[in-house]
Design a protein around this ligand. Structure first.
Ligand SMILES: [Mg+2]
Length: 413
C-alpha cells in the first residue's frame, strides 16, 4: 500500500511576543508528495492565529480548538477530515507544545495534572454525545482520579510498554526477519508486528518463521495497511490463524465501519485494530459502537490534535477498549507517547494489553527523542510535546533549499 514512502512533515513553528521566548512546534506527517498541499492547508490557518492574545488563548484551549475546527469556510473542505483536519492537528499540537513549555512540564504531565472538569472543557462533544456525554466523561475521569500519584510513580519508574515494528517490513530476507525477531525479544519487547497482504504464501512462511523464532509467549500482530476487500480480509486472516496473530491492523478501508465489524465477527478470536487513518472522533465512535475493533490506534497528528485525541481516549475508556497508539512515521513516536501516558495516569488508568508502537528510525532529528529501554518508553521529562526537530535538521531538510536536497539533485545529475 505504501511501497516507497519518503517520510516528510509540514512543520509549524508558532512564535509569540512573550518575553520568555518559547516557541510552539508541531507538524503534520506525510509520506512525500502532497506535503506541499499539507503546507498550504496549514498556511490557510495563519490568519486565525496572528494577533491572538497569548495567555487567554492558552488558558482556553477548548475554545481555540473549536474556533479552528468550526470555521465555516475551511470546514467545507472536510468536514473534520483529511488535509485541513491534519493541518489543524499540527497547529493545535504546536499550541499544546507551547503551553507545556511555558508550564515547564512535559505534555503528558501537564494534561495529567488538569482536573476532570478542565479536561472535559477541552473536548467537543458534538456528534458523540449519543454515547459519551460530558457527565460520562466526568465519571470516567473522577474514577481515575484515585490512584493517579501511584500510577505516575510507576510510569516514571518503569515506563510504558512498547511493541516494535522493526522486524516486520515486507522485502526482508528470511535471515534478516529471523535476526530482527531475535533482536526484538532480546531487547525486551513482548510484542512485534509484521506487515502482511502482499502474497499469502509468503505471509504464511514469514509468520511461521517469526512464530518459531519468538516462541509462543511473544505477541505477533499483523498489519495489512488497508490492502483487502472484506471477503479477502476474512479469507486471508483465517489462513494465518494457525500462527496466532494477536491483531490484524487496517484489514480494509478505514472508512468502512461495518466492513470492520463483519471482519471482526468472522475472524474471532483474532482481534481487529485500526485508527492511524481514522479521520475523527465520530468514526472512532462508530467503530466502537459496532464492536468492530478490539484496539483503538490513535495517531497524534491525524485527527485534530490533543483535544480530539482526548475525546477518543474517553470514548475508548467508556467502551473498555485498549488504546494502542500508531507511531510509524517521523516524530509520531515522540508525540503519541505523551497521550498514552496521560491516558494511563488520568483516563483509562489501565496498562493491560496496551502498547505504543515503536519504530526505531529518525529519532536523531529530534531535540527530545523518545527513549525506549527494555521494551518500554521512558516518560519524557523535558517540558513540551517532544515535537521540536533540531535546528540543523530543519535547515538541512527544508524543501527545496536545504542542503540535503541539493545533494540529491547533484546525485541525480
Ligand atoms: Mg499500520
Amino acid at each position: 500500500m505504501n511501497p516507497d514512502p519518503d517520510y516528510s512533515a509540514a512543520y509549524v513553528v508558532i512564535r509569540t511576543d512573550a518575553p520568555d521566548g518559547h516557541e510552539g512546534h508541531g507538524f503534520a506527517f506525510t509520506i512525500g508528495r502532497g506535503n506541499e498541499v499539507q503546507k498550504a492547508a496549514i498556511d490557510a490557518l495563519r490568519p486565525m492565529l496572528i494577533g491572538l492574545p497569548l495567555a487567554e488563548t492558552l488558558d482556553d484551549m477548548g475554545s481555540f480548538w473549536r474556533r479552528l475546527v468550526h470555521d465555516s469556510h475551511l470546514r467545507w473542505l472536510g468536514p473534520e477530515k483529511g488535509v485541513m483536519h491534519m493541518a489543524i492537528s499540527a497547529v493545535v499540537n504546536a499550541m499544546w507544545d507551547l503551553k507545556a513549555k511555558r508550564a515547564g512540564k512535559p505534555l503528558w504531565k501537564l494534561l495529567a495534572d488538569l482536573t476532570p472538569e478542565q479536561i472535559v472543557d477541552l473536548v467537543d462533544f458534538r456528534y458523540i454525545s449519543d454515547v459519551l456525554t460530558p457527565d460520562d466523561a466526568l465519571d470516567i475521569l473522577r474514577r481515575s482520579d484515585a490512584g493517579k500519584a501511584e500510577r505516575e510513580e510507576r510510569l516514571r519508574a518503569r515506563g510504558y510498554p512498547a511493541y516494535t515494528t522493526t522486524p516486520g517490513w515486507l522485502g526482508y530476507t528470511d535471515e534478516k526477519l529471523v535476526q530482527r525477531c531475535e533482536d526484538a525479544v532480546n531487547q525486551g519487547f513482548s510484542q512485534i508486528k509484521l506487515k502482511v497482504g502482499g502474497d499469502l504464501e509468503q505471509d504464511r512462511r514469514r509468520l511461521e518463521l517469526a512464530r518459531s523464532t519468538c516462541g509462543p509467549a511473544i505477541r505477533i500482530a499483523v498489519d495489512a495497511n488497508q490492502r483487502w476487500d472484506v471477503p479477502t480480509a476474512i479469507r486471508w486472516i483465517n489462513a494465518l490463524a494457525p500462527y496466532e496473530p494477536w491483531w490484524i491492523e487496517e484489514p480494509t478501508s478505514p472508512d468502512d465501519v461495518l466492513g470492520h465489524a463483519a471482519i471482526a465477527e468472522a475472524i474471532a478470536p483474532i482481534r481487529v485494530a485500526t485508527g492511524e487513518h481514522v479521520p475523527n472522533r465520530i468514526v472512532f465512535k462508530q467503530l466502537l459502537q459496532a464492536g468492530a475493533v478490539s484496539f483503538v490506534q490513535i495517531d497524534a497528528a491525524r485527527v485534530a490534535g490533543v483535544n480530539e485525541n482526548i475525546a477518543i481516549l474517553l470514548l475508548a475508556a467508556k467502551f473498555g477498549i485498549p488504546v494502542c497508539p500508531h507511531a510509524g512515521g517521523v516524530g509520531l513516536c515522540e508525540l503519541v507517547q505523551h497521550l498514552a501516558m496521560f491516558d494511563y495516569v488520568a483516563v483509562s488508568a489501565e496498562l493491560d494489553d496496551r502498547v505504543i508502537e515503536y519504530v526505531d528510525h529518525l529519532h536523531e532529528h529530534f531535540v527530545d527523542p523518545v527513549v525506549v529501554r527494555g521494551g518500554h518508553y521512558l516518560a519524557p521529562t523535558m517540558p513540551g510535546f517532544s515535537a521540536a526537530m533540531k535546528p540543523e535538521t530543519i535547515t538541512a531538510y527544508t524543501y527545496p533549499d536545504g542542503s540535503a536536497w541539493q545533494d540529491i539533485r547533484h546525485d541525480r545529475v
